[in-house]
Design a protein around this ligand. Sequence first.
Ligand code: PAF
Length: 282
Amino acid sequence: MKVVTTIQEMQSEIRQLKEKGHSIGFVPTMGFLHEGHLTLLKKARQENDTVVLSIFVNPLQFGPKEDFSTYPRDFERDCALAEGEKIDYVFFPSVKEMYPGSASVKVVVEKRTDVLCGKSRPGHFDGVATVITKLFNIIMPTRAYFGIKDAQQVAVIDGLISDFNFPIELVAVDIVREQDGLAKSSRNVNLLPEDRQQATVLYKSLQAAKEAIFHGERNPVTLVNLIKEMITSESKGEIDYVDIFSYPELKPLEELNDRIIIALAVKFTKVRLIDNLIININ
Ligand code: PAF
């Protein structure tokens, strides 16, 4: 496994791989790898000749009051995990390498961002789309792997790939959960013990909504209220949003039909957690 820290060296490696006709699987991350990331790496390993993992905590996608400085980082541990998954390259640039000066161009996302995390984190998806555009241009992957836990991010990148004509296949991979249902996230380590316990209500509430849909409930307001009531009665979590939209368009619905997403974001002390369920309604 090779660790590459400069764009120039990464591009030169990629050029040589392309000359050999290698397919390239790319897993972009901000590091502090967990099982969710390992699932992406495993899938990328199965489907490509070469696998590149990027580790870059992207300052552009954090708001001024968000957790950029406390975002967990452990490069040594990440490398050991990546090695275990037989990854070929870890691209680990510094902030200066990625953003050497004030940028003259940035990517602005026009659709699918006025709701959910986009609404509560203004500019977040512009930051994600900007760094992903740069990373796609550096790595030039055949396939790029993203976890569906960040379902809005997947929807935004789907739009980026098609609008900017990147010849890249987007592979969306299912949420990996702890045994008690909590979605795996790098931020989970920052949960206080009591919050960690209470956070299990997130998945439970999504399951309760799914059960209600299974029994015929089609009113989004009723379902959102059901979820909110469960969260507030079983935890001290502060609800940022609980919403239901069409997926991947993220349009509001009066009645559930086709493919929908039930998504939520809840803050536990200092940690904001997200989770979702995507369901096909018959
Ligand atoms: O999902 C993440 O970890 C980040 O948003 C990503 C895709 C690596 C871009 O910085």
